[in-house]
Design a protein around this ligand. Structure first.
Ligand code: PGA
Length: 249
């Protein structure tokens, strides 16, 4: 059975105090109702170590990491540093990193490899922009993102990798992919993982949907056989909304 995951990507939101309150609320609400969903939150770097002390069931992710393990890289944070704060997951290749910070598939591949060798579990993001979808290139784009981004990984490595399909046109826009669009791409990604690795990897890899997922549409999205959860931006900033999404399964 694949792990079901709902992860909250807080992006560059919350000051430390508010972030700590939000994390506490998520932890508390998770304890109130039984679920088999793994719940992850990804606060800004500055909050990780404090929030790590406040959570127990909830897992912690960073939103990015360096491609090098230490040294003269001003402003960067290495996977090992993240681990030392109690962080276990890291979002790699979010479309905002790709777009605003020019992170390409080759750099992302270095980050994925370093994260894995350090013991951090990547949540690797992929997804097409609207023009690519309209031009019918969506499957080619996602194929390249995954083939280059996951290049050189072993089947064993893949046990620690989560994929997030986030169509860029749906991120923060309020335009959500239809359940059919999400299922179509998730099914395609699973097939691709089968060709890149093997059927077991394809069957066992958790594939999350991201992009304007909220309590009102999560149930329909998660009802699809290949959608194993969500990567949630805006709606993860309110504990009630985020937990309503968790309980949408
Ligand atoms: P959104 O963001 O839920 O606000 O659309 C999702 C994401 O960027 O991970």
């Amino acid at each position: 059975m694949r792990k079901k995951i709902v992860a909250g990507n807080w992006k560059m939101n919350t000051l430390l105090k508010d972030g700590m309150e939000l994390a506490k609320a998520v932890e508390q609400q998770l304890g109130e109702k039984e679920t088999d969903v793994l719940v992850i939150i990804a606060p800004p770097y500055t909050h990780l170590s404090r929030i790590s002390d406040l959570i127990n069931q909830v897992q912690l992710a960073a939103q990015n990491c360096a491609a090098a393990s230490s040294g003269a890289y001003t402003g960067e944070v290495s996977p090992e540093m993240l681990l030392s704060t109690g962080t276990n997951y890291v979002i790699i290749g979010h479309s905002e990193r790709r777009t605003y910070y020019a992170e390409d598939n080759y750099l992302l591949n270095q980050k994925v490899k370093l994260a894995l060798s350090s013991g951090l579990k990547p949540i690797f993001c992929c997804g097409e922009v609207l023009e690519e979808r309209e031009a019918g290139k969506l499957f080619d784009v996602v194929t390249e993102q995954l083939q280059v981004g996951l290049e050189g990984l072993s089947k064993e490595d893949m046990q620690n990798v989560v994929i997030a399909y986030e169509p860029v046109w749906a991120i923060g826009t309020g335009v959500v992919a239809t359940p059919e669009q999400a299922q179509e791409m998730h099914h395609f990604i699973r097939g691709l993982l089968g060709r890149m690795f093997d059927d077991t990897v394809a069957e066992q890899t958790t594939i999350l949907y991201g992009g304007s997922c909220k309590p009102s549409n999560a149930k329909e999205l998660f009802a699809n056989p290949d959608v194993d959860g969500g990567l949630i931006g805006g709606a993860s900033l309110k504990a009630e909304d985020f937990m309503a999404i968790v309980h949408s399964f």
